[in-house]
Structure formats: structure tokens, C-alpha cells
Design a protein around this ligand. Structure first.
Ligand code: ATP
Ligand code: MG
Length: 454
């Protein structure tokens, strides 16, 4: 094997003061007990790019049982591969023992790794990782950065490249294709040629991956910077087609363009530090379905019923959690309400008071904010809302990192203080088979052309 490239402290920008204090303490304690200890993965990559890492992962040659002895405030987690979480109050630092991936199986059609990994050294730990930019180590002994895989060069060239043969690596774990898109979009990197070709070739195999991991990665792409770029990459590689064929077919090319525009608006809001919860992001995927409604001819109730049915059936096919689907239904029915009832004063007054109004309004602005033909309608709702004299809610203080599966349970809690985020917590639509007639938006509404209220 080749020698690693080692960048000594004076030649790279990573400083201990940019690393989380507790993580630094964990690294030092390991070193003081004679172990190797490294900062690894995304944190090293982000720090080299001058970005603030989301989390700091540690790798060491100490085994889990040694770690448990060394850190009393720790717990072993993980079934396939044991990690140790060291707790500092509500926070924890994740410490993993250096390991190597097992050799891929012989069957070229089934390279998916589901065996246990084995303990290894630094080099083997680098080579088991997915992309070169994710396989850099920061050594606490001398503060050097160690690169076994050419990650520094790729980072400088702003390039996502798999470690080893991309056809093999995507075969082992198809989710890596989504991860490639995630990193390329987030950082505005290109995808290296062979990696790029391999994704195009292997895209349909994404269906072999766990739907949980897939959905999670797709939502990571939709809730990080450059969402529009991410979507377009997914489309270009055929990943959207493989994952969500019915949805793609239903909305068509024009619909996809509309979805991209929606996420471009979300990107722009994020640049102004306005962030939306996952429900609002997810609603963007279904906005094109509104195009089928004919405001002149359709009746509100019938249009709603059709829309609800369509979102639910597509949403389930896309493996979205029911609670998320129900929230999306609510938000899109709200779009129809805005369009059908802007001339009915009582309804306008009542709807702006509903807890669903603010999030519905955000969806409207993201989807239709720039349509001059809607200016008059928008003025009505904005005016009525302004009358309430309280700030518009429905945004979140930071990008919504709730796990999409936090929507599966009844509580809806998730990692990263998800519980405080989101909206309408007390008004969550029912889990299943909602009695839609009791919908707050529909209360007292039987017929869209009810003349009594005009
Ligand atoms: P983020 O900033 O999104 O957290 P990250 O690089 O830290 O990015 P994680 O998903 O937190 O990504 O994973 C941590 C590290 O584990 C990665 O940097 C990579 O080295 C390794 N890794 C994660 N997923 C895979 C995978 N599917 N195959 C191989 N290595 C992986
Ligand atoms: Mg990470």
C-alpha cells in the first residue's frame, strides 16, 4: 500500500478551538491512555473547508469494552458494529473503533454488505469509507491531517469521488449514490467522472437499499443548502425515476420544473436564514397536483377529495410516513381554500385564525409567490392576516433536521430537539383514515358555491 499524505499542523487550518470542547477532551483522554485517537469523517472535511461541522466523530484503536472502562459516562450502541457514546449532559460524542470493511461477496449481483465489519487499522478504516473527502483523519498526537485516499486533492478540486471502484462501492451499498448527490449538492462539488458514470449505470439498484435509509437521505437532500441542485442531480442520474416513478409520471416534466422552482424559493429563503419544517418542504413535492384543478368549474369539496386521494396514494407509494402525508394533504387543501374562498369574508377571517393558516401561507408563497395574476387574491389573505397583529409563525429557527421517521410515531418527537419544531403539534391530523369531513378547513362548509356568505 502507498504511504499516506500527511499535512503537518502549520500547513492546514484545523485548530483545536474549532473542535467541540468535549470532543477534544475525549481525544486527549484516549491519547493520555496510550491510544490512537482521531477526529474523522465529515468533521475533518468541514473544518478543512472552513465550515462548522454538524457533529464530531472520533475513531480510536481502543475497543468498545476499553472505552466503556475509560469513560464512565458512556454507553455501547449499535448492533452491527458497536460504537460508544460518551455523554456530556444531553449531548454525546460518538467514538468508533477503527475497522475495516469485510471483503465484498463473490456474487457480482449482490455486493451488499450486511456482514459484521472487523476491527482494523487507520488505513483500512480509511478505505472502508465512502468518498475520499470523507476519509481524512486529524491526529490528536501531533495535530496532523492524514490522507490515505487522495481526499485532500479532491477537496481542493471540489470533487466527490468514491474510494476504490465506484461500480463496486455503489453495488456494496446503493445508498452511497444518494450520499454522493447529497455532498455534491451541499458543497457545489462536481462528481468525478467514473463516479458519475457509475451512478448513472447503477441508479435502478437504489431499490435494493433499505427504504428507511433512502427516504432519510432524500430528505437530507431536500433540507440542506442547494436543494434545487440536489433535485436536479437526482433527476439527471435517474434516481428519481427509480425511486418515485408514479410521482414523476403524474407530475410530468412541467411539474418537476415547478417542484424545482419551489425548492429554489426554499433555497433563497434559507440564504436569508428563514427555514421551513419538513412538512412544508414535503408539500413542495405535491404542488404540481394543484394544476389539475379548474377554479371555474370544480367544486371545492370535490377538488379536495380528489387531491387528498392522489396525495395519499402517491405518498404511500413513495414510502412517506402517514403523518407527514396527512400534513401535506392539509397544506395543499389549504392552497385550494386560498384560491376558492378569498372572496368570502367570513371564511377569510376564520381561516387566518386557524393554526394551519401560517404554514399554508408559506407554501403558497413558495409555490405561487411570484405570480402576478394572483396578486389580488394574495392581497386579501395578507391583509386579513396582517389584521391579527401577530407575527407569521410556521418557520423554524434552523434547518429542520428531524429524522423523517420521527413522523412515524404518535409523539412525532425526533432527534435534534424536533419536538419544539414544526407546527400544529396540537392539531396534528389523525394518523389514519382521517374523518376529513371534520377538517377544520371544511367546518361548516358543505358547498363551495354557498351564496349565503358572499
Ligand atoms: P454529514 O455532514 O452529513 O454528517 P458525514 O460525512 O459526517 O456528513 P455521516 O453520515 O455522518 O456523514 O457519516 C460519517 C462518516 O462515516 C462519513 O464521513 C463516512 O466516512 C462514513 N460513512 C457514512 N456512511 C457511509 C457509507 N454508506 N459507506 C461508507 N462509509 C460511510
Ligand atoms: Mg456526520
Amino acid at each position: 500500500m502507498t504511504e499516506p499524505r500527511i499535512i503537518p499542523r502549520p500547513d492546514h487550518p484545523i485548530s483545536r478551538k474549532d473542535v467541540d470542547r468535549d470532543t477534544v477532551n475525549v481525544l486527549y483522554k484516549l491519547k493520555d491512555h496510550g491510544h490512537e485517537a482521531y477526529l474523522v469523517g465529515g468533521a475533518v472535511r468541514d473544518l478543512l473547508m472552513g465550515r462548522r461541522p454538524k457533529d464530531f466523530d472520533v475513531a480510536t484503536d481502543a475497543r468498545p469494552n476499553e472505552l466503556r472502562r475509560l469513560f464512565r459516562n458512556s454507553r455501547v450502541v449499535g448492533r452491527r458494529f458497536k460504537l460508544v457514546h460518551v455523554f456530556f449532559g444531553p449531548k454525546n460524542v460518538e467514538v468508533a473503533t477503527l475497522r475495516s470493511a469485510v471483503e465484498p461477496k463473490d456474487d457480482p449481483d449482490d455486493l451488499y454488505i450486511d456482514d459484521d465489519n472487523q476491527y482494523g487499522d487507520l488505513e483500512s478504516d480509511a478505505f472502508r469509507r465512502d468518498f475520499t473527502i470523507n476519509a481524512l483523519f486529524y491526529d490528536i498526537r501531533d495535530f496532523a491531517v492524514i490522507d490515505h485516499v487522495g481526499g485532500l486533492e479532491d477537496l481542493e478540486a471540489r470533487r466527490v469521488r468514491t474510494i476504490g471502484d465506484p461500480m463496486v462501492r455503489f453495488g456494496e451499498d446503493p445508498v452511497r449514490m444518494l450520499r454522493a448527490v447529497k455532498f455534491a449538492a451541499r458543497f457545489g462539488f462536481t462528481v468525478e467522472d467514473a463516479t458519475d458514470r457509475a451512478i448513472s449505470a447503477r441508479a435502478p439498484e437504489i431499490l435494493k437499499a433499505s427504504r428507511f435509509r433512502v427516504t432519510e437521505e432524500v430528505f437530507r437532500i431536500l433540507s440542506q443548502a442547494n436543494r434545487e441542485t440536489g433535485l436536479r442531480l437526482l433527476q439527471r442520474y435517474g434516481l428519481l425515476q427509480a425511486l418515485f416513478p408514479e410521482w414523476l409520471q403524474t407530475i410530468g416534466d412541467e411539474g418537476l420544473e415547478q417542484v424545482c422552482e419551489y425548492f429554489r424559493a426554499v433555497d433563497q429563503a434559507a440564504e436569508e436564514e428563514r427555514y421551513f419544517p419538513l412538512e412544508i418542504l414535503c408539500a413542495g413535492l405535491f404542488v404540481p397536483l394543484l394544476g389539475q384543478v379548474d377554479l371555474e368549474r370544480d367544486q371545492y369539496n370535490r377538488a379536495c377529495a380528489r387531491l387528498t386521494e392522489e396525495i395519499r396514494s402517491l405518498g404511500l407509494r413513495m414510502d412517506l410516513p402517514k403523518r407527514l402525508i396527512n400534513a401535506v394533504v392539509e397544506l395543499l387543501r389549504g392552497q385550494l381554500y386560498l384560491l376558492f374562498f378569498h372572496h368570502l369574508h367570513k371564511r377569510v377571517r376564520r381561516f387566518v385564525e386557524s393554526p394551519w393558516f401560517d404554514p399554508t401561507w408559506h407554501v403558497h408563497q413558495l409555490a405561487f409567490g411570484r405570480m402576478p395574476e394572483l396578486e389580488a387574491v394574495q392581497a386579501v389573505w395578507a391583509g386579513a392576516r396582517a389584521h391579527l397583529r401577530r407575527p407569521v409563525s410556521g418557520t423554524v429557527p434552523a434547518p429542520d433536521r428531524r429524522d423523517v421517521f420521527s413522523f412515524r410515531g404518535k409523539t412525532g418527537g425526533g432527534r435534534h430537539e424536533g419536538r419544539q419544531r414544526g407546527f400544529g403539534r396540537d392539531q396534528d391530523p389523525p394518523e389514519d383514515d382521517a374523518p376529513w369531513e371534520e377538517d377544520p378547513l371544511l367546518a361548516g362548509t358543505t358547498d363551495s358555491s354557498d351564496p349565503a356568505e358572499t
